[in-house]
Ligand binder design. Sequence first.
Ligand SMILES: [Zn+2]
Length: 440
Amino acid sequence: MIMKDYTAVIQAGGKGSRMIELTQDKLPKPLLLLNGKPMIQWQIETLSDFGITEIVIITGHLGDKIKDYFADGSNYGVHISYIEEKEPLGSAGALYYLKEQILSENFILIFGDVMFEIDWNRMIGFHENHQKQVTLLAHPNSHPYDSDLLLLDQKMQVKAILPKNEERSFWYDNCVNAGIYILKSDILQDFEEIQKRDFEKDILCERIKRGEVYAYITSEYVKDAGTPERFRTVCQEQADGIWAKKWLVNKQKCIFLDRDGTINQFRGLIANEDEFELEEFASEAVRKINGSGYLAIVVTNQPVVARGMCQEEDVRRIHRKMQTLLGRQGAFLDDIIFCPHHPDKGYPEENKAYKCTCECRKPAIGMIRQMAVKHNLDLEKSWMIGDSTVDIKTAKNAGVSSVLVMTGQAGQDGKYNEKATVIAENLLKAVEMILSLDKE
Ligand SMILES: [Zn+2]
């Protein structure tokens, strides 16, 4: 796909005061060298890899140095034009000037602090399918408790932004706005005069109220490098190859995780979030997966829905609790999928709509297949960790390696006589074992 119809706008006009320790105020922040290359050059190169070659840079403080460096962009295979902010216009005021510059029907908006390596074909494909004004890039992160969160419905429409400084007395999905947008260009007609404007407050929130904003969620590498500490982490992760590993153009390795008895304490069927308690080692285990380049995806049978013990929404609420608790300790899941079905009919309180033989209930591999397509997984290099022989059978059916853990049912469910690739004391030991094998 060649993205001739997508101009990319990079907002590089910020003062960069948080980064003065590194720039010494001699360099605009976007020119700060990240492993030998200016931050903004990394951004430009990943855009041009996808044929997005029409680029507008909004410059402010020390902006001439950016112009001197890139000129018209021809040395970098792109065409760059500039909007110069004479006075600070907030994160969005300068978009006024785009009215005359943007000829494409849609444009991409990127904030200068955000470093990323994403498959643009996927995000643009999502935007075109939804045909709405705004698509924003969302992802789970390692600190949802101090991030603004997005509240989505099942169709990925953004219903609200939950600000980080408001108290949260509820469980939430780990879903954070990453600072990358695709917008329809007619949104620019809203900019009637030159004035200071805040993108999130003045534009995004307005459009959310009108139901015009959708979230595209990715497991790829996207991180704000806007403080010296974060900048150093981002440099390290680039050098370690994490950016490239998580890029969805490349095949991904995944560690599938069973839920009950593996991540959380085994209590039989759980229909209420009060019964959900993480195992004490779960956060550390998931955090280790997060730092490894493997994806962490929960795959769980939840026949509680078919049995009429609760609704799918209740299962999702339990999963919000799981994400909130993991998030408090710096861990996140890349995806969660569950099977609400059950094959045995004839119970008085059952929910008939879910009583069926399905493709997804483990040990069937419908859920794994679905995740493999969505996340471009290499199943041969992936793993499943679970406490029951059903998990081990599932792994075998799907062609992934498996670890049986000695927590929860500890393989005593006796459903199948399947041997795991390895056995481990618990989830943490299982993850450590997988990661050590990986290094060999
Ligand atoms: Zn199912």
